[in-house]
Design a protein around this ligand. Sequence first.
Ligand SMILES: [Fe+2]
Length: 351
Amino acid sequence: MKHVLVVDDSLVIRKTLEEYLQKSGYKVSTVEDGANFFKFISETIPDLIILDKILPDEDGFDILCKLKLNQSFNNIPVILFTTHDEFENEMQGLKLGAECFLSKDTKLEELELWVDKLIAKQEKIKVIKDNLDSLSKEIADKEGIILEKVMELRDTNRKLRNLSEDLIQVLLKTLEVRDVYTRNHSMNVSKMSLIIASYMGMNHDQVADLKIAGYLHDIGKIGITDSILKYPSRLDDKKKRVIENHANIGGDIIGSVSSLKHLAGFIKHHHENFDGTGYPDHLKGDKIPAESRIIRIADFFDALSTDRVYRPAFSVERTIAMMKDKSGQFFDPEILDIFLEVINKSSPIKT
Ligand SMILES: [Fe+2]
């Protein structure tokens, strides 16, 4: 049952409104002045207030102001109820937040209509507000869940990244045990490859992939026997075929690691030549992954410009001259030009 509070110093008005509205199905309470009004609402919040403009101890407008400034009460609809000669104050009462301004001459039927209408409106507002509150809570809960998932995902990614980095170190260490030359060579190829990739404008992920692929490009040498891997002079064709198989073995090893398998093709094809004369699949031009074309250049440069078991290092100038000679045959000419630019900037070499 909806609850109406009548605030009026006139006993006749209080009784009349109480009886009339009770018959219409409302619970009605009455108080005769401001002091009792505030005592009442500190204990019970009514659904609507019918407020006399002039009370013995307080002005109705002052009460209205206090109500509308208090968050606990400012949603209660207020009908200002006043004698005819105070009607000129209507605009002021409405500005202060009263929902309705009625003369005490108003017929009770009309007053009841206003009570019905304002309580129904308040009810609708309450339903909308409750829905909004519930929606806000739902959104806040979902935001909390999403944030939690994002944090979990970040944590998982971090662990995966650490695991991948650990795995790369294990693989490199394993290769190093077999072939001491390889560790420095792998680091040089990785460094040069990522610099070329950055110059080419590759994105952050591609550069990061190339850094790892550069490290691991010769990982397949794990599967080559010592008698061939450490052969102290030039290899014959048969031995060459065996050592060339390190590209396939490397692709297979990296392809078997779920967090690295997208790098398998880069590693498998790092000995393909731009003109299709390389190995293992004789890929040509753009069919060779760009990452493999980059590693091909970095690998060749480092291999020739450092000492090997079967020969001393070539000078940087001679190595570059040989590479320029193989532009378009071994190497992608565009990437080679970028590489030469990088080399030129990092050291004053005449290219
Ligand atoms: Fe290789």
